[in-house]
Design a protein around this ligand. Sequence first.
Ligand code: PRP
Ligand code: ZN
Ligand code: MG
Length: 226
Amino acid sequence: NSAVRDRLRIAIQKSGRLSEPARALLASSGLSWRESRDKLFCYGESLPVDLLLVRDDDIPGLIAEGVCDLGIVGRNVLRELINEREESGKPAAFREWRALGFGGCRLSIAVPDVWDWQSPTQLAGKRIATTYPNQLRAWLRTQGVQADIVMLNGSVEIAPRLGQADAICDLVSSGATLAANQLKPVLDILQSEAVLAGPAHPFADARADLADLLLRRMDGVLRIRD
Ligand code: PRP
Ligand code: ZN
Ligand code: MG
């Protein structure tokens, strides 16, 4: 998609942990919007920068297709799609432009509380439930461990109790969800936080200057927060 555009379109999570801090960062960077009734598309007023409110998992694909120019998304989501494209030999269409310092969490391997955990070799031949099969597969490969990956889109933590899996690989923030499901984190395979994602190649039209301006302002806001 090489359509020439003179407005920048940023995708953020519609509802979830990153929605509010993402909006706040953009607002602190000087953006304001006239909200549409359904609020899925917010027209930029102070600058020609529009907001699109979507499922976080859709953000990398929207950037890859050129539907959106930038996105604020968890590194875990971005990394998963980058790994998926690598596995299937597709070029990286998007990359992390900036780490944003909020929404911190880890993508961790967790096992039942009762396991006496020693090392990843204990996962050999086991079933591991996850929403992040590509990162888990890559990590298992680096460990030289063969295990079965059980793909689930949500409620991964319940899989061991249901007998669907022996262990899980999921996001851990406070650890409360793991604890509530008699699981314990044993290894982190990714340190995640919200990131600004953008195309792998620079813009070739008016969006280049807009993106530069936005990045400068965001960097200013992030510096003050540190
Ligand atoms: C994430 C993650 C865990 C939970 C961990 O889910 O998948 O389930 O948060 O947080 P905790 O360690 O603080 O308990 P989220 O609430 O984002 O919902 P989702 O899995 O439906 O995306
Ligand atoms: Zn999600
Ligand atoms: Mg969850």
